[in-house]
Design a protein around this ligand. Sequence first.
Ligand SMILES: [Zn+2]
Length: 270
Amino acid sequence: MLPAANALDKLKEHPVLRHLSLDGVVTFTRLASHLKRDILQPQPIPQSNPSIPPAVLPLPIMNFLGASLGMSTDDIDDCWDILQDYVWEIPVVPLSSTDFHLFKQFGWPCGLTAISIYPPDDCCMNINCPNNQPLKKEYHKKAVVYTIDSGVQPAWNTSLYCPKCHTSYHNNYSVSKGLRTYYPGLPKLIQVGEHQFVETRVANHWRALMLYGWFSASNASRLFKSTMTDGDYFQPYEWGLSDTLTTNHVWDSFVILSLPSKRKIIITCI
Ligand SMILES: [Zn+2]
């Protein structure tokens, strides 16, 4: 990792960035590091190596970071030049409550959310497919995510398509020739509806309540609504999706959690 003094020296030489506070630098790196997949996906293939930061940020991300930090997109571009290696190397740091409100105020209108849902890999995972390039044909759907720390969160759910073997890749499964194949292992998010995802930690919590507390699925849903949601933060009309957690969502998470996690599960799509 680069010595911090190198980056700080470059910031000091910049006519505008020299006035950026330490909190501003940390906020820039924390927000940008959360958006790595959103930064990488729109890049041309030569700029899509996940181990190297791309030279240029996509415009929606420059707009979001600029609005969040009160800086012009030109200055955000310069800040990215200086801090991109650091952003790319640091582990993702949890967002603060202020960050979530920055996403709500400046990110949602740009098509950016605090939670982005992607397949685990940006390349085709079919070992018989000759395509080894990053997949750039993508589809986006709006989603809501039920989380343990930040309630109901809006999200963009991105799926990728391989034009060579015609496989589509989703958050926790792929689809090819009418077969849905769940990836081995438990994902961080479990899809429980067309537009609904649940954090695996939340699903585990519900399962424990059912096993040890004799909770019904409807009571698990009521408990989430009364203790883990912030009605002022997520308004369904602002995102176009309901935040209602149904008993079917709870039961679907229970079923997915019950799938064997160490091998692929194949289900025929109807
Ligand atoms: Zn393929």
